[in-house]
Ligand binder design. Sequence first.
Ligand code: PEP
Length: 253
Amino acid sequence: MRKQIAAANWKMNLSWSEAEQLLNDLLSSSYHLSENQQVIISVPAIYIPLAIQKVAEKSGVHIAAQNCYPKANGAFTGEISAPMLASVGVKHIVIGHSERREYFNESDTFLAEKVNATLAIGSTPIFCCGEPLAIREAGTQNEYVAKQIEASLFQLSADEISKVVIAYEPIWAIGTGKTATSDQAQEIHAYIRSVLAKQYGENIAQSISILYGGSVKANNAVEIFSQPDVDGGLVGGASLIVTEFNAIINALK
Ligand code: PEP
């Protein structure tokens, strides 16, 4: 059975005390996780040790990094490597968020290196893909997303790809309040799974969790997550509001 995941992306938000408060509020709130459900909270790097300590006793709740650098160490001022993240207990790393692709010019090839570096330290890449508005309007979103996946993931062995989580996030829906309809989400998630199946076989494709991201809120999560190929969400804005994120966790299948 595929993991159903509610992943938070705090992006570059919150002070130390606000982060601590949000974690306290979330961890003491009334969400319920079953065996195949996970919560993954991706926090700014500086809060990772605090957050890991907070969730230590909570089964099914994990802390993720929002990024890593693909080299293990060296003269890369300001960067944080995957082994460094592993050394503080990180087991999940978000790779290829559209904000990193757009504002930091991260290419498919560079992202492939980050995926490799994440797997090399035994962590799970949460690999983001998704099309801009112009591509959606041209109707070529499937080809666009397939290319992103092929270029950054198809270097992986079958064993390696089984450890990846994919987050489909149409750029036109991120932080805009516009959500893909549940039919649009299902259609492209099923397509992504077919791309994986063609390369790695149906069994592996069926085992990979594919999350939807783009203005997921408490009031649309149940409908989006109920789609057969949607295995939860990657949530930005709503993950900063405890009642919203709590409801999103409870919307998991
Ligand atoms: C995101 O940050 O990945 C995201 C989907 O943001 P939002 O939920 O705010 O659209």
